[in-house]
Design a binder for this molecule. Structure first.
Ligand code: SAM
Length: 287
């Protein structure tokens, strides 16, 4: 069998098993290709020859991984130990949410047209998880130093591993903190992908998401517990011309209802309900 047929067959098995695609892929073919290339030891960012023949040892390795994916419903990112974010690979670890945020797209554009990238010297990544936003911000703003915080020591340990992998220890400082509690600096840009899912929705998640820590999603009764605190406390941590970017996903409608006088600048991501907004310090102080 060649690689192309092998991927087609695996995709059919994933579809038949009704696995959920939500960690970097949105269809069976991509998910199958990711699994199979990993089993073959081929980096997914390199060209693979779809006509290459798969031998029986390779077929066994592929079947084992495919079976694990179907039976355990674990995200591929946990099974392979890697996830991609803003074009960069990151280590993953069970117990820490798999990297995914629309802030990745904002960083690939270096914040344009909303901010002047050359003016960004100090960045805060609130709720850093695996450290993916902090590292991508350091790549986007090459002269900036970054503070990255999380309340969860397990997340901070993984973030440290990722920061070391990119040799960014001198530019990214990790701080264990409940939101702003242990912070005192002022930032040109605050980025945050906080927990924003209404608590009651978490138990209805697909099994793949149930493998991730609930605390990374749980935004309290209406999803906005942390977002409200961030909005209330952020202004003194922003430089006079600073900006804050927050992702709230589908909770954007609840947010608009909760702050009827505020004008949120919604960032176009190409994905429905991405709920990514940006406010200047001035706009934040107004409401
Ligand atoms: C949705 S995840 C985002 C992770 C990562 N930034 C990303 O985009 O993939 C939210 C993160 O917020 C952290 N967190 C939850 N409550 C927090 C709090 N009160 N203060 C700081 N971090 C918190 C969780 O541990 C989790 O890592």
């Amino acid at each position: 069998m060649n690689l192309s047929t092998c991927i087609e067959n695996a995709a059919t098995r994933l579809e038949t098993a009704e696995v959920f695609f939500g960690h970097g892929t949105d269809n069976a073919w991509d998910e199958a290709a990711w699994l199979i290339l990993h089993a073959l030891g081929i980096p997914i960012n390199e060209d693979a020859d779809l006509n290459m023949l798969i031998n029986s040892t390779q077929q066994t390795a592929i079947n084992t991984l495919l079976q694990q994916r179907i039976e355990s419903r674990k995200p591929v990112a946990y099974l392979t130990g890697t996830a991609w974010f803003a074009g960069l690979p990151f280590h993953t670890a069970e117990g820490v949410i798999v990297p995914r945020s629309h802030i990745g797209g904002f960083l690939l554009e270096r914040g344009r047209p909303w901010i002047s990238p050359q003016k960004v010297k100090h960045v805060l990544d609130l709720c850093t998880g695996s450290g993916c936003i902090a590292v991508a911000a350091a790549v986007a703003f090459s002269e900036a130093s970054i503070d990255a915080t999380d309340i969860d020591p397990l997340a901070l340990a993984l973030a440290e591993k990722n920061i070391n992998e990119y040799k960014m220890e001198s530019r990214i400082q990790l701080i264990e903190s409940d939101i702003f509690q242990n912070l005192s600096a002022v930032y040109d840009l605050i980025l945050s992908n906080p927990p924003y899912v209404p608590a009651g929705e978490i138990s209805h998640f697909p099994p793949e998401y149930q493998h991730e820590p609930a605390a990374a999603f749980d935004g309290g009764e209406d999803g906005l517990n942390l977002v409200r605190k961030i909005l209330a406390d952020a202004a003194p941590f922003l430089a006079p011309e600073g900006h804050i970017v927050i992702e709230v996903g589908e909770s954007w409608t609840t947010l608009e209802r909760a702050y009827p006088r505020a004008v949120f600048n919604w960032i176009e991501t190409g994905v429905e309900d991405s709920g990514l907004f940006i406010l200047s310090r001035e706009e934040l102080e107004e409401f």
